[in-house]
Write a protein that binds this ligand. Structure first.
Ligand SMILES: C=C(O[C@@H]1C=C(C(=O)O)C=C[C@H]1O)C(=O)O
Length: 379
């Protein structure tokens, strides 16, 4: 092994390895810089689009150097995983060292959405300070919190006039997050502009098609108003604030309008009277709520396929004197024609009363998952 050529080559390899390590260390430092910016602008750490773009480019480049595609992918996946972990650790340290009761709350944006309003209200009631994290879709909300890049997920579950939000129910089937709260938000559509004006000064109204539909009777009284459809109530409010023109108004929530500096002109009464959305708050950690606080428990169950299976399960609740507040069903993922039931009951799953009922139910059903217990929102 004393071959001088071999020694020389090995020296060169050692040299390259050391350079790789130095470069990896600089890469990690840059990732921490990225984490600082993400914390400031409230963006989740993991950015799948950026990672895909980066991997595609590196695979192509690697090929031009004669490097195998799977080698380049597995190498950079490891490097990126380490980078994401380092950023996560850094952000956790910041949060833990700055404020004890600060948490990242992840919700469906954009700014001024009803989810944003729900997130703020949840924060106001439960935390000293929240870091608002906007997500683009429901799946991203769950993933962000599951991966530890947020402490709370806020998702709308049902609306009093349009019913269940199926996509969210489906995501609840597979998540390992726990339900820790609920928040009911009135959907208080309002006409808002850059300054309070009278209704006859309005020329153009901006909003999402849904509020236009929900307030159609009221709007029919003003046929001369020009209607402009927008992607969301938030984008309508943003547009009106940017236009900065008196006769242009948006329909959205009053709290959302305040986030864009808009003034209330008047409430836009919805055809159906009161309209509300119920949000569920989820976290990686279970809630422990004292027994005296009125609470609800949400669980998922799949019964057998025989006739009367659901009735048998519900009878168990009745026998244990458990009050059911809600029953929803959704097809089970991967098992067409089989249903997963989502049940809300009154009570706290740490009470022996409810525990006994759930234990009996577990024996009777094919699958039972307790999503969590949380204080009832009576608003
Ligand atoms: C460093 C970033 O954060 C994460 C880590 C990445 C990386 O190490 O290259 C890429 C995308 C993100 O998932 C970034 O967003 O640029």
């Amino acid at each position: 092994m004393n071959n001088p050529i071999l020694i020389d080559i090995r020296d060169k390899i050692t040299d390259i390895d050391e350079k790789i390590l130095t470069l990896l260390s600089s890469r990690i430092e840059l990732a921490t810089e990225v984490a600082k910016i993400k914390l400031e602008i409230h963006k989740p750490i993991k950015d799948v689009a950026r990672e895909d773009e980066l991997l595609n480019r590196l695979v192509k480049l690697g090929k031009s150097y004669g490097l195998d595609e799977s080698f380049v992918i597995s190498l950079f996946k490891t490097i990126i995983a380490q980078s994401v972990q380092t950023q996560q650790k850094w952000i956790n340290q910041q949060i833990n060292s700055t404020e004890s009761n600060t948490a990242r709350v992840v919700f469906l944006g954009p700014k001024g959405s009803y989810s944003h309003v729900a997130a703020r209200e949840f924060g106001r009631a439960n935390l000293d300070k929240i870091i608002e994290c906007y997500a683009h879709n429901f799946e991203e909300i769950f993933q962000t919190v599951e991966q530890g890049q947020g402490e709370y997920a806020i998702v709308p579950l049902e609306n009093s006039s349009s019913g269940a939000i199926n996509e969210v129910y489906d995501l609840l089937q597979n998540t390992h997050l726990f339900a820790v709260g609920e928040k009911i938000i009135p959907i208080d559509h309002c006409l808002m502009g850059i300054t309070p004006i009278s209704l006859d000064e309005i020329t153009t109204v901006y909003s999402h098609p849904q509020p236009f539909q929900q307030c159609s009777k009221f709007l029919a009284q003003y046929p001369n108003w020009k209607v402009v459809y927008c992607e969301s109530t938030a984008s309508a409010m943003e547009k009106v604030s940017q236009l900065n023109s008196k006769g242009h108004v948006a329909i959205g929530s009053q709290a959302g309008g305040e986030m864009y500096g808009l003034s209330l002109i008047q409430k836009a009464p919805s055809n159906q009277g009161q309209n509300m959305t119920r949000f569920l708050i989820l976290s990686r950690q279970k809630n422990e709520i004292p027994e005296h606080i009125p609470s609800k428990t949400t669980f998922l169950m799949a019964t057998g396929q025989h006739a009367g299976a659901l009735v048998e399960a519900l009878v168990i609740l009745k026998e244990h004197n458990i009050i059911m507040k809600k029953l929803e069903s959704r097809p089970m993922k991967g098992n067409p024609w089989e249903e997963m039931f989502y049940i809300d009951v009154e009570g706290n799953s740490s009470s022996s009363h409810l525990q006994n009922a759930l234990e009996a139910l577990r024996k009777q059903t094919r699958f039972l998952k307790i999503l969590g217990s949380y204080p009832t929102d009576n608003s």
